[in-house]
Design a protein around this ligand. Structure first.
Ligand code: AGP
Length: 344
């Protein structure tokens, strides 16, 4: 059985190519709007919020500007004005129609922020029309409720944003992303073993750090919404401050890392600690080192750390889709969820 989710996962190389082709020529526009920015706030919900976490780490670590995630309730529930002069507010929404996000971006604009919309909803979507600058992703229509191609193309748009903010990265790394994703779709690693390992568990801890933290959060969200699995996504730093106590033979860990970078050694050490305690640790990415320390593993992209999240999520999406079917769930239409969610 081919699900829409599986087809949309396979469309990601083309979606990423189209998005990068459309947005890379616009780096100068981002620079013109955001050159004087001292701080960024990201506004988003769900998968888009997980993409924002990547944006936050990328902009702080590579572009040296403080970044945070906005609490939309300050704008929409408490209706409190803040001084946002010198701030760039970046709203992400695949649909471009989530009212809370549109309202919060309008609030940020009223408060004096420069505003950017990252959306797959097109330039006439409510979100794009609210922003000073719209970076429209080119994922095509996404029908499955679990976001896949709209997420990875949001990450690509955030990479373009980072270039506009003068990030210290090699922009040519982006050219390698679509092919790396294609390779992962062809060979995602030992999906069958991980599916069987998660088929009957009561919960799973999903952890990563730094740039890969966003992948851990997004993997956990996918497993919750499409597999009805109690999946807890958190940074491995936070995991060690208490939550690791839940890991046991019925609660494995899924550990995510790029094949290179400063968070890989900590992730490998965590895998050894988990397996040493008698629980299963499933690796996602992390190269040969994480694979050797894990019970079984999924492949990651052969990409530098800053662009790796665009590929790292792909084997986790493939795992989610296969696990949903193994658990008797249609991943395209999880219970009680719609493609666009309104908070109130
Ligand atoms: C994604 O898998 C979810 N279905 C959901 O979290 C979604 O990302 C969220 O509702 C946000 O929607 P938006 O990006 O269209 O604003």
């Amino acid at each position: 059985m081919t699900t829409m989710m599986r087809s949309e996962i396979a469309e990601q190389p083309a979606a990423l190519r189209a998005t990068l082709d459309a947005l890379l020529p616009r780096v100068g526009e981002v620079a013109a709007l955001a050159g004087q920015t001292r701080q960024l706030i990201f506004i988003a919900r769900g998968t888009s919020d997980n993409a924002a976490v990547y944006g936050r780490y990328l902009i702080e670590a590579r572009a040296g500007r403080m970044s945070s995630l906005a609490a939309p309730s300050i704008a929409t529930t408490y209706k409190r004005k803040l001084d946002l002069t010198g701030v760039l507010a970046v709203a992400l929404s695949q649909s471009g129609k989530t009212e809370e996000i549109v309202e919060t971006l309008a609030w940020a604009r009223d408060c004096g922020a420069g505003t950017v919309a990252i959306t797959n909803g097109g330039e006439h979507s409510p979100l794009a029309e609210t922003a000073h600058l719209a970076l429209c992703t080119q994922a095509g229509e996404e029908k499955a409720v679990p976001a896949t191609k709209t997420y990875t193309t949001q990450l690509a748009a955030l990479a373009v944003l980072a270039l506009g903010l003068g990030a210290e990265v090699d922009a040519r790394d982006l050219d390698r992303v679509p092919d790396a994703v294609e390779q992962l779709i062809a060979d995602p690693g030992d999906v069958d073993t991980v599916v069987e390992g998660l088929a009957e568990v009561s919960g799973v801890v999903v952890s990563g750090r730094g740039m890969a933290f966003s992948t851990a959060l997004e993997t956990a969200l996918k497993l919750k919404e499409a597999c009805y699995l109690h999946a807890m996504g958190l940074s491995y730093a936070d995991l060690l401050h208490g939550p690791i106590a839940v890991v046991d033979e019925r609660t494995p860990a899924l550990l995510v890392a790029a094949d290179e970078g400063p968070t890989l050694p900590g992730t490998v050490a965590l895998a050894r600690r988990v397996t040493g305690a008698g629980a299963s640790a499933y690796g996602v990415g992390g190269g040969a080192e994480l694979a050797a320390a894990s019970t079984a593993s999924l492949n990651g992209p052969a990409l530098p750390e800053w662009v790796a999240p665009m590929g790292l999520i792909v084997p986790a999406q493939i795992l989610t889709e296969a696990l949903a079917r193994r658990r008797g769930i249609d991943p395209d239409s999880p219970r009680g969820l719609n493609k666009v969610t309104q908070t109130e």
